[in-house]
Write a protein that binds this ligand. Structure first.
Ligand code: HEM
Length: 426
């Protein structure tokens, strides 16, 4: 740590949030925030930071005081214009428009609608595994986790299989274009436009003659006689790639990372009892979730912990810090798939569970609670279970691993290992 960013227990230099050290291991800073600055006014980045479990939970639940909107119908910002995904649900705050879009679409990713697509996950996982099974080793990120969710989504949408590799290529360009600007952004936007041109005739056709695929279902989903517009459908499909593809990709590699490189004892437990993959998913979403931060704007003055956050201030909710709060979980810095103080079952929007245990904050809570929570959990558990089923004696290839990291936690960068090597017997 440089002199400029050295932090004592109670002093915190906000430049630390831009450091590589923070991206690699944010947890000591999270603890410092929770213990000494439960509400931290970061004047350097002009924002306020919330880090304790119940405070993060409270802000997520309170949509009236904490809004996500970038777009307001009567404001200067043009809907869809600043987002690489185009017009999509993430741009809405807590308006009726958000509810309309969410209610039209959310049902497609839960219950029977989700069950209809589970065999697809199984099939694609087999195909992806076939490609490296003979090698006795695999780089999980490149050969497995980054291949799977995007192919699953492409299949669910009912896109022609012969174009799947092109679709994967568009996805990779689009994801690379997120948040980095410059050349990557230009290529990302081009990939998005190519993809839009490609799906445009399909949207028109399937709106008239729908099949059973997800794209058809999205095209004809209705609420009070309202469907999504073509632009909204395109924006939503693009969002699906990042919100549903990249996140699940990283979730899968994180799950394997923790078992292979930090808890081989628990890897053995999962080999014995594959149903424990669900616990691996849940504990990963607590211990070091894919997404660590979400953003809100205050709609009025908020007095909290002897501070007053002003109206229209930017607030960063560190759910990654809330998940490590000793006030909510025992021994929070230990990855333990058998912990008895975490709700291990399926998550819900309220974040309250009949077993009385606290849930992880990794999907958010409240009005913007992740729409793909059930799909992410099922897909991760099925894919990991399938890989485990087809190999024997999985083990870390190297003695050490640099660990999980993110390009930039504070601008929503997803955390995952960059590479993850595993050896196995057939
Ligand atoms: C492990 C994988 C995933 C993680 C970590 C994740 C994380 C999150 C988080 C933290 C939010 C809350 C955003 C906020 O409060 O502002 C969110 C929202 C959302 N997620 Fe996910 N997600 C995952 C998988 C998925 C999947 C598979 C889909 C696709 C169906 C999806 C679609 C969405 C959508 C559409 C929203 C916006 C919901 C709204 O604003 O009403 N996510 N996700």
């Amino acid at each position: 740590m440089s002199e400029a960013t050295k932090n004592t227990d109670s002093d915190l230099d906000p430049r630390i949030f831009d450091s590589e050290e923070f991206q690699q291991n944010p947890f000591p800073i999270y603890k410092q925030l929770r213990d000494h600055h439960p509400i931290y006014h970061d004047r350097f980045h002009n924002r306020w930071i919330v880090s304790r479990y119940w405070d993060v939970d409270g802000c997520f639940q309170n949509n009236e005081n904490f809004d996500r909107a970038m777009y307001k119908p009567d404001g200067p910002y043009d809907f869809g214009s600043r987002h690489i995904f185009g017009p999509n649900i993430l741009e809405y705050g807590n308006s009726g428009e958000h509810r309309r879009l969410r209610n039209i679409i959310a049902g497609q990713f839960v219950g029977q609608n989700l069950q209809d697509f589970l065999p697809v996950i199984d099939k694609i996982a087999d195909e992806v595994i076939d490609k490296f099974l003979d090698e006795g080793e695999v780089e999980i990120v490149r050969q497995f986790s980054s291949q799977l969710p995007i192919r699953v989504i492409s299949n669910m949408l009912g896109l022609p299989r012969e174009n799947e590799d092109t679709f994967v290529e568009w996805y990779q360009l689009l994801i690379a274009g997120l948040g980095f600007g410059g050349e990557h952004m230009t290529r990302g936007l081009k990939a998005r436009n190519d993809m839009w041109d490609y799906i445009d005739p399909m949207i028109k056709e399937r709106s008239k003659n729908p099949g059973e695929d997800l794209l058809s279902r999205i095209c004809v989903a209705e609420l009070d006689g309202n469907r999504m517009t073509i632009e909204e459908i395109k924006g939503f499909v693009t969002l699906l790639l990042a919100a549903g593809g990249d996140t699940t990709d990283k979730a899968i590699s994180n799950m394997w990372y923790h078992l292979l490189y930090t808890r081989p004892d628990q890897l053995n437990d999962v080999i014995e009892k594959p149903e424990l993959w669900e616990n691996v998913f849940t504990e990963m979403m607590r211990y070091d979730p894919v997404v660590h931060a979400q953003f809100r704007f205050t709609t009025k003055e908020i007095p909290i912990h002897n501070e007053v956050i002003p109206e229209r201030a930017g607030v960063i909710l560190y759910l990654g810090a809330g998940n490590r709060d000793e006030r909510a979980f025992k021994d929070p810095d230990t990855f333990n798939i058998h912990r008895d103080d975490l709700h291990m079952g399926r998550e819900n929007r309220s974040g309250r569970y009949k077993d009385g245990k606290n849930g992880h904050l990794g999907f958010g809570i409240g009005q913007h609670f992740c729409m793909g929570y059930a799909m992410a959990r099922q897909e991760s558990a099925i894919a990991c279970g399938k890989l485990m089923e087809r190999i024997r004696n999985p083990r870390a290839k190297f003695a050490d691993h640099p660990g999980v990291t993110a390009p930039n936690i504070d601008s929503g960068g997803f955390r995952a290992p960059e590479e993850l090597w595993m050896e196995f017997d057939k």
